[in-house]
Design a protein around this ligand. Structure first.
Ligand code: NAP
Ligand code: GDD
Length: 388
């Protein structure tokens, strides 16, 4: 049982689950995985996830719970609910033998991180917290660096101090990004490809990446970086391009909106499914030796092609609805990302299970369900927005 300066956090009771409560969505069920493991399987392990309320954090929490971990999540204080993606796995703090505990802290607050690590005594730490939107990072470069770069360093320091004082080994995962390759030096990109970031977000992730490598080399810590290429899901934030497209297309289909405003359609990305990618995070921490791994599908697709696939699947013509708005262009763009996941395949035995068509289907099915609910409420005369 964790002790120390943190009280477990109750999630405020909500009478009606969030409309997109994940376990209700088709193709979005918690999954179980069987793997060879290098660590002691008899002892129940404890994991801390920063960014547990995000897309990846929610899938990772499900994944670890299915493996019988004690999962602790760091969540930041917000004036509105920010636990929508994990409400379905939340266990009331009054329940005995629960497996998921949430704690208030912030990735920018070194004291809260050190306190949390001491209280939880984790075997594994997954650092997923960050301001993760590339376009927004141009508007908020300093906050982006405070979370994505300095946040990682503060967490590494907290883990180092804990290891030093308690004599315990912790396995640490850093959420590095293909955005670090930026203006790519070679295609496909591998673990050996030099970085050339093109955004404040990319710069911050490069700092966090090298800090993590440096802690591994300097202090012999078990730190691994997953250089993850874009991964999406029905839980993807609504302002990332794939989700923006699937959500808008479904609402257009039902007559709930008419136009979709987008930026650069020529950018190409290597898009996979988030549920597959969290498995790779876990596999990295099960290895005897820490290392860095590219996690990608090895297929690249343009935003235009993704748009066409989604609209075609709904018998819609993008030319009738899509408007280019330069507001969504970036001061510097990453034109092409294509990952080479050979090392992950060879060392981790990891390969993605969901292909692009499967991903599109999953996201369209989920967003169509949401659009239908919205249509039903509107037809019944209910107000759909905020306020008491
Ligand atoms: P996401 O959905 O944007 O989630 C980000 C998480 O970070 C959320 O839980 C957010 O909390 C939390 N966070 C932000 N600022 C924080 C702060 N000051 N203190 C504590 N928590 C904070 O991102 P994601 O797609 O799950 O990605 C997870 C990680 O992988 C991120 O670091 C991202 O940069 C990286 N990554 C993502 C991809 C991708 O394609 N998805 C690819 C490569 C790397 P709130 O819910 O309260 O906002
Ligand atoms: N968001 C957004 N909105 N992107 C658009 C739009 C739009 O309206 N129109 C075109 N795009 C283009 C962007 O210019 C970019 O080239 C591409 O679509 C993908 O944009 P995002 O979905 O915002 O993702 P990203 O590639 O910038 O960043 C994501 O992937 C990184 C890994 O490479 C994020 O998840 C990062 O956190 C992650 O590290």
């Amino acid at each position: 049982m964790p002790s120390g300066c943190f009280l477990p956090l109750p999630i405020p009771f909500r009478e009606t689950p969030g409309a997109d409560t994940p376990d209700r969505l088709s193709g979005d069920q918690p999954r179980t995985h069987e793997h060879r493991m290098n660590t002691d399987q008899t002892k129940q392990r404890t994991a801390l996830i920063t960014g547990i309320t995000g897309q990846d954090g929610s899938y990772l929490a499900e994944f670890l719970l299915a493996k019988d971990y004690q999962v602790h999540g760091l969540i930041r204080r917000s004036s509105t609910f920010n636990t929508r993606r994990i409400d379905h796995i939340y266990e009331d703090i009054h329940e005995r033998g629960r497996h998921l505990t949430l704690h208030y802290a912030d990735i920018t607050d070194a004291n809260s991180l050190a306190c949390l690590i001491r209280a939880i005594e984790p075997d594994e730490v997954y650092n997923l917290a960050a301001q993760s939107h590339v376009r927004v990072s141009f508007d908020m470069p300093i906050f982006t660096a405070e979370t994505a770069a300095m946040g990682a360093l503060k967490l590494l320091e907290a883990v180092r101090e804990y290891e030093k004082n308690q004599g315990k080994r912790v396995r640490y995962y850093q959420a590095s990004s293909s955005e670090m390759y930026g203006k790519v030096r070679e295609t496909p990109q591998s673990e050996e490809t030099p970085f050339h970031p093109r955004s404040p977000y990319g710069c911050a992730k490069v700092f966090a990446h090298w800090a993590t490598v440096n802690y591994r080399e300097s202090y012999d810590m078990h730190c691994s970086c997953g250089i993850l290429f874009n991964h999406e899901s029905p839980r993807r934030g609504e302002t990332f391009v794939t989700r923006k497209i699937t959500r808008a297309a479904c609402r257009i289909k039902l007559g709930l909106q008419d136009k979709l405003y987008l930026g650069n359609l020529d950018a190409q990305r290597d898009w996979g499914f988030a549920g597959d990618y969290v498995e790779a995070m876990w596999l990295m921490l099960q290895q005897e030796q820490p290392d860095d791994y590219v996690i990608a599908t090895g297929q690249s697709t343009s935003v235009r092609d993704f748009l066409q696939r989604v609209f075609s699947s709904l018998d819609l013509d993008p030319d009738q609805h899509v408007v280019i708005d330069p507001r969504y262009y970036r001061p510097a763009e990453v034109d092409l990302l294509l990952g080479d996941p050979s090392r992950a395949k060879e060392h981790l035995g990891w390969t993605p299970k969901v292909d692009l068509d499967g991903l599109v289907r999953m996201m369209v099915d989920s967003d169509m369900e949401l659009a239908r609910r919205e249509e039903t409420l509107r037809k019944a005369g209910h107000a759909l927005r905020g306020g008491a």
